[in-house]
Design a protein around this ligand. Sequence first.
Ligand SMILES: NC(=O)c1ccc[n+]([C@@H]2O[C@H](COP(=O)([O-])OP(=O)(O)OC[C@H]3O[C@@H](n4cnc5c(N)ncnc54)[C@H](O)[C@@H]3O)[C@@H](O)[C@H]2O)c1
Ligand SMILES: [Zn+2]
Length: 355
Amino acid sequence: MLTIQSHKGPYTATFDPSALTKLEENVPANAHFLIDAHVADLYAAQMKNILTHRSVLLIDALESNKSLERMPDYVAHLVGKGLRRDHRLIAIGGGIIQDITCFLSATMLRGVDWVFYPTTLLAQADSCIGSKSSINSGTAKNILGTFTPPREVHISTNFLATLDPRDVRSGIGEMLKVHVIDGPDSFDTIAADYQRILKEPEVMMTYIRRSLDIKKAYIERDEFDQGARNVFNYGHSFGHAIEAATDFGIPHGIAVTIGMNMANYVAARLEVGSDENYRRMQPVMRLNYDGFETYPVPLAPFMTALSRDKKNQGTGTATFILANRAGQVFKDQYPMDENLTSICRDYLESERAAA
Ligand SMILES: NC(=O)c1ccc[n+]([C@@H]2O[C@H](COP(=O)([O-])OP(=O)(O)OC[C@H]3O[C@@H](n4cnc5c(N)ncnc54)[C@H](O)[C@@H]3O)[C@@H](O)[C@H]2O)c1
Ligand SMILES: [Zn+2]
């Protein structure tokens, strides 16, 4: 079990393969469930009591459902079910269900507790701790949000057995990110175990746990993302721009993996990182985005999205998290100029085509 300190007090993340069974056998009367509809289908037999509870909202895990525009439906449902301040929202699903539940928990009645049963690897190894909710509005992704920690997180790695392999690699992308942040030795260790993670559930569990341990230290120091925690955006400036330029055709953590490889390439070309560092990390990055290396990423929308990144300050510059020559991540600002455009063009045209 991990205990995480937050501005709302401590909360726990527990590893328990029978988490769903325990919930099923003891469904809290004051619960309002928000459940990924696909997970509800797959696990219907194990969730009979949960699915017949008086307040259940089944939601398809689509970005369009994680939006301000859809909130009135969810609010109306919860109002109709008599939501009170001493009730609990219980989320069962991945990052999309998490973001919806966390946002509602922050805003409805000025605050209702929420509990999370993450069912994707990305949510189990990364997003389940850290307090953030992110909601889309119109075409602006993750533009609205809050810092609202759950009361409890219950992690059952049994859920991972039914995940699509793309979603497994998406989660591993975030795990690789966390290990780069921890330092080059940490990254080299997870990189060496990459195939074992895919094949051996106990090795997978070890790295989920390690990823949460590494993240815990940063979010406890900087829950509101004002300083130290910023490095968790490593791979994300480029990754988000890739997602935007491809109409979200690439799963988030896989776009982040390409984004990390690209960040290493850019760092080498800007001479703040090194070619050696780029080459050191590249093999496992390539394994993790295998099949997406030739996915077309048009340069113009990519550069536009990069210039609009949330982290940028002022105009004409972009804020990047890059790895230095020693493989340690750091944050700095860079001009959005012709040189940067030509580096990005070279990467998108030649590096990935050669992959
Ligand atoms: N708030 C945060 O801190 C944070 C951090 C990272 C990402 N996110 C957000 O999370 C979202 C991505 O989350 P995600 O990758 O967890 O995926 P997701 O919620 O989009 O789910 C991915 C797919 O997996 C399916 N699925 C979920 N659990 C399953 C299971 N056990 N078996 C089979 N299929 C299952 C879903 O139905 C969906 O098709 C994005 O919207 C991203 O912006 C939020
Ligand atoms: Zn991410």
